[in-house]
Ligand binder design. Structure first.
Ligand code: ADP
Ligand code: ADP
Length: 229
């Protein structure tokens, strides 16, 4: 399960400024489609529509053939895991931050998810900005570490569909490689929509869609797009 389809989706935040101008693509079950394009192209808007933060003006988005306009937002959130660019941590341990949305998960599962995301050494710590009752300081996590919390959360939740919003700049290349590996591990076998900024990070995608000014400028596999320049 988990076929995601955009059918001729048009969307504008304000009427005079169309952001998506007829976008159609399918992410087959268990496959990965990457959306690539310059900043402002409308990539994040696509993922917001998938969560029904906004509704398209025309066209439709379906999951397994069902128009998501008829699906409750909380059901969408249960079915779709999101690894955002910026993860906001709340005032509890990293372990509880990983549990977010899966409060009943047994400790061992939380630990295993943390281990796979390589964040396990922090599970008992509080995030920066929060101090323990005995005055210990919260831990400052780097951008990459926060993203690993989100990855661990997603591993724990194991949703059939994933949206990965790739981090851009904040990560050094070693961290980026490690995060990339962790993301690849999470997305294996799941329907995955990757929002990316550069072609080089989405080599593994089954299809790459290049978005420009609200239209699909190009689409194809990584080698095919490279061959076309
Ligand atoms: P990308 O993710 O490709 O950088 P976005 O989907 O975030 O692009 O944004 C596409 C365009 O929509 C941008 O021009 C942006 O300024 C505009 N935009 C994004 N969010 C809003 C909003 N809430 N209201 C109005 N315009 C928005
Ligand atoms: P649930 O508890 O039903 O799993 P939550 O309300 O706990 O859902 O929120 C977590 C999920 O909600 C994320 O996995 C993601 O699917 C979605 N989500 C939360 N915040 C955002 C956001 N800023 N952008 C897109 N999706 C989000």
């Amino acid at each position: 399960p988990g076929v995601v389809r955009f059918e001729d989706v048009h969307f504008a935040y304000v009427p005079e400024r169309p952001i998506l101008r007829g976008i159609s693509f399918t992410v087959p079950a268990g496959r990965t489609v990457a959306i690539v394009g310059p900043s402002g192209a409308g990539k994040s808007t696509l993922s917001r529509l998938l969560f029904r933060f906004y509704e398209p003006q025309s066209g439709r988005i379906t999951i397994d053939g069902q128009d998501i306009a008829a699906v409750r937002q909380d059901s969408l959130r249960a079915a779709i895991g999101m690894v955002p660019q910026d993860t906001v941590l709340f005032n509890d341990t990293i372990g509880y931050n990983i549990r977010y949305g899966c409060w009943e998960a047994p400790d061992e599962e939380v630990r295993e998810a943390a281990r796979l995301a390589q964040i396990d050494r922090f599970v008992a710590s509080l995030p920066e900005g929060y101090d323990t009752p005995v005055g210990e300081r919260g831990l400052k996590l780097s951008g990459g570490e926060k993203q690993r919390v989100a990855i661990a959360r997603t591993i724990l939740k194991a949703p059939p569909i994933l949206v990965l919003d790739e981090a851009t700049s904040a990560l050094d290349s070693f961290t980026e490689r490690e995060i990339q590996d962790a993301l690849d591990r999470v997305s294996r076998g799941r329907t995955t929509l990757v929002i990316a900024h550069r072609l080089s990070t989405v080599v593994e995608a089954d299809e790459i869609i290049v978005l420009d000014k609200g239209l699909i400028a190009e689409r194809g596999s990584h080698p095919a797009l490279l061959a076309r320049g």
